[in-house]
Design a protein around this ligand. Structure first.
Ligand code: COA
Length: 260
């Protein structure tokens, strides 16, 4: 597919999606959100793709937020619709993909940018990255899931402080908070993401799908995550990957998972 605001490529089971509006610090306008949805959907539907990496183009920003120029004159109804549609199309969509999604945060991840990184399954960042939810400095609150996912990742008190101050934290602080798993240089960021992706790819993609569902269930209202885990655990026993994984172990060889 041809995109205007993003770049999408795939190789050896890995899809890389790059938000490509560097002159606007990769701010998420409506068109970019739609294109990201399409690219994520395409990668997730492709059985050959085992891991997706998302990053930003240029050396300055992952994403500097939702595109402020697009919503500055919105009314109450339009504001609510903006958040609802964005959450459905991109943020909840990414969180619930069955293919693992790694955010490689290569610079500013602010507002919708940090919300996008937080919707991914986990995050790495370059040492120059700065992260924050500055929405209250604009008279609005985070609307793409930030008030929910930030406390899940860093705890309520830290989330409250970050949101209320609208301040930015640096990469090392983000690591200390548990917001990113690893910090490296800008040059090493994608190689590190690819190295982790290759470790993931050695494992059963169907089992990983069940694990993502089960972990996400821990954070869903009205859902008993333990029950989800029992169901997903049981399902594994009917898969070819399970047969291959257990046989390979018993036969003392490396598993070659068929992925079903
Ligand atoms: N929406 C729309 N445009 C944005 C943007 C956003 N969230 N963030 C950056 N841009 C644009 C700027 O308007 C500027 O465009 P221009 O060159 O046409 O004027 C361009 O990207 C470069 O940004 P600039 O502000 O000049 O870079 P900087 O290095 O001085 O500052 C930031 C970098 C990230 C501190 C600053 O851009 C910023 O505060 N952005 C908004 C962050 C934010 O509040 N996000 C939450 C939105 S809900």
């Amino acid at each position: 597919m041809n995109y205007e605001n993003i770049l999408s490529s795939s190789q050896n089971g890995l899809a890389t999606i790059t938000i490509n509006r560097p002159t606007k610090l990769n701010a998420l306008n409506k068109a970019t959100i739609q294109e990201l949805h399409d690219a994520f959907e395409e990668a997730n539907d492709d059985k050959a793709i085992k891991v997706i990496i998302i990053t930003g183009s240029g050396e300055k920003a992952f994403v500097a937020g939702a595109d402020i120029s697009e919503f500055a004159d919105f009314d109450v109804a339009q504001g609510g619709k903006l958040a609802k549609k964005g959450q459905e199309l991109l943020f909840d969509f990414v969180e619930n993909l069955s293919t693992p999604v790694i955010a490689a945060v290569n610079g500013f991840a602010l507002g919708g940018g940090l919300e996008l990184a937080m919707a991914c399954h986990f995050r790495l960042s370059s040492a120059n990255a700065k992260m924050g939810l500055p929405e209250v400095s604009l008279g609005v609150i985070p609307g793409y899931g930030g008030t929910q996912r930030l406390p899940q990742l860093v705890g309520k008190g830290r989330a409250m402080e970050m949101v209320m101050t609208a301040g930015m934290i640096d990469a090392e602080t983000a690591k200390e908070y548990g917001l990113v798993n690893h910090v490296t240089t800008q040059e090493e960021l994608l190689p590190l993401a690819e190295k982790i992706a290759s470790k993931i790819m050695r494992n059963s993609s169907v089992a990983i799908k069940g694990a993502i569902k089960s972990i996400n269930a821990n954070f869903e209202d009205g859902v008993d995550g333990y029950k989800t885990e029992i169901k997903q655990f049981g399902k594994c026993f009917g898969t070819d990957d399970f047969k291959e994984g257990t046989s390979a172990f018993l036969e003392k060889r490396k598993a070659d998972f068929p992925g079903n």
